[in-house]
Write a protein that binds this ligand. Sequence first.
Ligand SMILES: C[S@@+](CC[C@H](N)C(=O)[O-])C[C@H]1O[C@@H](n2cnc3c(N)ncnc32)[C@H](O)[C@@H]1O
Length: 221
Amino acid sequence: MTDTVAQRNFDESYTGGGAPWVIDEPQPAVVALERDGGIGGRVLDAGCGTGEHTLLLARRGHDVLGVDFAPHAVERATELARSRGVDAHFRVADAFDLDRELGAGGNDGDPGAPFDTILDSALFHVFEPADQRRYADVLHRITRPGAVVHVLALAESEDPGFGPRISDAAVRDAFADGWTIEELTSNRYRAVARGGDAEALGVPSGTVVDLPAWLARIRRD
Ligand SMILES: C[S@@+](CC[C@H](N)C(=O)[O-])C[C@H]1O[C@@H](n2cnc3c(N)ncnc32)[C@H](O)[C@@H]1O
């Protein structure tokens, strides 16, 4: 079930440039996660955007699929993979349809379900609470028992910031059934502040900022 307005808005954010999350490199939190052994088995990068994390993980030898419901994001990710010479797989897919779309495996050589690791960098936080729970249910259906979901999400904070900021309770609530929250700690999400976002932070437009975030490690029971 796709929210078509959201899909169109996200898709357009990839045609004009200037999306705050497009930083042309992987998130430092994800680089550290991979370096510290947090990624294993068959991996899904959900809401992959321009694919920096899929590319990072593919380059590091992981069996990874990047999916996003914005066709222009997947186009840019595919082009980046080509220009950087990385063998990486991407598909246009809605996070709420992943069990239907990936359940039987990819039909063009990419890995399908079940997955051992889900990487969610700044996807979970864009959903309303009911959709966050629905999304967690979908992830449950496409992962093996013992699989791990990593959620990196912008955090509610007294510090100025921008974007959809969530409480740690939102993560705990969505993954209450069938999951164990093994770790939920403060981290940072790197973004580019422009226009009103930059004004809110009191920095020049175009400044790269590290915003308060949660990093959760959630294990499927
Ligand atoms: C804030 S961006 C984060 C992109 C990337 N993961 C990163 O950290 O740079 C959120 C991404 O999720 C995608 N997205 C939002 N809702 C989605 C859905 N229902 N299914 C699949 N992708 C979705 C958007 O198109 C966008 O690329």
